[in-house]
Design a protein around this ligand. Structure first.
Ligand SMILES: Nc1ncnc2c1ncn2[C@@H]1O[C@H](COP(=O)(O)OP(=O)(O)OP(=O)(O)O)[C@@H](O)[C@H]1O
Length: 369
C-alpha cells in the first residue's frame, strides 16, 4: 500500500481520570491521509477516548497530539478540521433534514446561497437528494444515519470520526451501510476513523485496523495481516474464532502441540520455547483418521448457513472448532488435516516491534532463497 502523509499523530499519549488506572496508557501512532482506520476492541478499552482526544472534546493528561503536523493539544474542538458522527446520530428532532445539515454552517454565518449549495451537495453524497424538507422523526434508521453523515461532511473536514455509527441498525441495513460508508470514504478521499467492537465490520471496511485492549494498541495492520498473523492470544481471539493451544517450538520449522510434532513455517524461537498456536477453524479439513494429522472425537455440530461448526476434543482434551461444508456424526472420531502454513505460532509476551521484526526476517530469508 502506498504511504500517504500522516494526518494524525499521537506521541506517548496518556489519559487518566483522577488517580485511577490510565484509560489510555502511553499510546503512540500515526494515521495517514485518505485512509479508512478502524479502532477495534471490547467495551471500555478506550476507543471512544481516542476519538475524543482527536476531536478535542477531552484533553490528554500527557503526551502530544498532532493534526497535519501541528501540535493541537491546546487547540479547541471547533478549530480542528475534524467532525464526529455519533452512535445516536445526535440529530435535532424538531428540525427537518435541510436544517439539520445546515446547522453548523449557519452557526458559522455563511451566506444563504453558499449554505444551500453545500447542503445539497452533502445530501447528494449520501444519496438523500430530494429529502431536504423531510422531518427527522419520519425517517428510518439508515436514513437518519445518512443525515448525520451529511451533517458531518458538509463542513468539509479532513478527518471524519465515526463512533459505532452502525450499532443501532439491524443486520441487513448494517451490511448495506458498511458498503456505503466504505464507498463514501473512497469518493471523499478523507481520513475516516471508525470505532467498532465488531470484528467482521472492521475486517470488511478498513485499510488498517488498530486492535485495542485495556488502553493499549495490541496490534495494528491491514485486515489480512491481523487475521493471518495475530500477535497474541487476545488479538487471535478477538479477530475471529480461533483454536488457540499452548505448544512448544522444538526447533526452527518444527512445533509440538496436542502431543505430536508438526512442520511449520515459523522460526527464530529458542529451542523448546513455550508458544501459543493458532489454527483457524476454516483451515482444518475433515478427513479420515488415517489421513488426518490428528483426530478428534466430535462433541457437537451446528449448521451455520455457509458451513457446519463442529466442536471436537483431541486425545489430550484440547477443544477444536472446525468450520467445514462437510458434516460429521456426534460421537465419531474424525481426522483433521492442515498445511504447515495454517499453523500460526505466537511468542508469549512479544511486543509489536519484535513481532514485526520477526515477520520481516521471514520475508527477507524467503527472498534470499
Ligand atoms: N469522564 C470520565 N471519568 C472517568 N472515567 C471515564 C470517563 N469517561 C470514560 N471513562 C472510562 O474510560 C474507559 C474507556 O472508555 P471509552 O468510552 O473510551 O471505551 P470504549 O472502548 O469506547 O467502550 P464502548 O465500546 O463501551 O464505548 C471506561 O472504563 C470508562 O468508564
Amino acid at each position: 500500500m502506498t504511504k500517504n502523509q500522516p494526518i494524525i499523530r499521537f506521541e506517548n499519549v496518556t489519559k487518566q481520570y483522577d488517580d485511577d488506572k490510565p484509560i489510555l496508557n502511553n499510546v503512540s501512532f500515526e494515521m495517514e491521509k485518505g485512509k479508512f482506520y478502524t479502532l477495534l476492541g471490547p467495551s471500555g478499552c478506550g476507543k471512544t477516548t481516542i476519538l475524543r482526544l482527536i476531536s478535542g472534546l477531552i484533553e490528554a493528561t500527557s503526551g502530544k497530539i498532532y493534526i497535519n503536523d501541528k501540535l493541537v493539544n491546546d487547540t479547541p474542538a471547533n478549530k480542528r478540521q475534524v467532525n464526529t458522527v455519533f452512535q445516536d446520530y445526535a440529530l435535532f428532532p424538531h428540525l427537518n433534514v435541510f436544517d439539520n445539515v445546515a446547522f453548523g454552517l449557519r452557526v458559522k454565518k455563511l451566506p444563504n446561497d453558499v449554505i444551500e449549495k453545500k447542503v445539497k451537495e452533502a445530501l447528494r453524497f449520501v444519496n438523500l437528494q430530494g429529502y431536504e424538507n423531510r422531518e427527522i422523526t419520519g425517517m428510518s434508521g439508515g436514513q437518519r444515519q445518512r443525515v448525520a453523515i451529511a451533517r458531518a461532511i458538509v463542513n468539509e473536514p479532513e478527518v471524519l470520526l465515526l463512533d459505532e455509527p452502525l450499532s443501532a441498525l439491524d443486520l441487513k441495513l448494517r451490511t448495506e451501510m458498511q458498503y456505503e460508508l466504505r464507498e463514501l470514504q473512497q469518493r471523499l478521499g478523507i481520513t475516516f476513523v471508525f470505532v467498532t467492537h465488531d470484528q467482521e465490520e472492521a475486517l470488511a471496511m478498513s485499510d488498517e485496523i488498530f486492535v485495542i485492549n485495556e488502553g493499549k494498541i495490541e496490534q495494528r495492520g491491514t485486515p489480512r495481516d491481523i487475521y493471518d498473523e495475530p500477535i497474541n492470544r487476545f488479538v487471535a481471539d478477538f479477530i475471529g474464532e480461533s483454536n488457540i493451544i499452548t505448544g512448544k517450538m522444538i526447533q526452527d520449522f518444527l512445533v509440538e502441540f496436542a502431543g505430536k510434532q508438526y512442520d511449520c513455517v515459523d522460526q527464530g524461537f529458542k529451542p523448546n520455547e513455550t508458544v501459543e498456536i493458532v489454527i483457524r477453524p476454516e483451515d482444518l479439513e475433515i478427513t479420515s483418521v488415517e489421513r488426518g494429522k490428528f483426530a478428534v472425537k466430535v462433541d457437537s455440530i451446528l449448521f451455520r448457513g455457509v458451513h457446519y461448526e463442529i466442536i471436537g476434543y483431541d486425545e489430550i482434551g484440547n477443544e477444536w472448532m472446525i468450520h467445514s461444508t462437510k458434516t460429521a456424526t456426534i460421537g465419531d472420531k474424525i481426522g483433521l488435516y492442515f498445511e504447515p502454513e495454517d499453523i500460526h505460532v505466537m511468542r508469549l509476551g512479544e511486543t509489536e516491534e519484535e513481532f514485526d521484526a520477526r515477520l520481516e526476517s521471514y520475508t527477507a530469508q524467503g527472498a534470499e532463497k
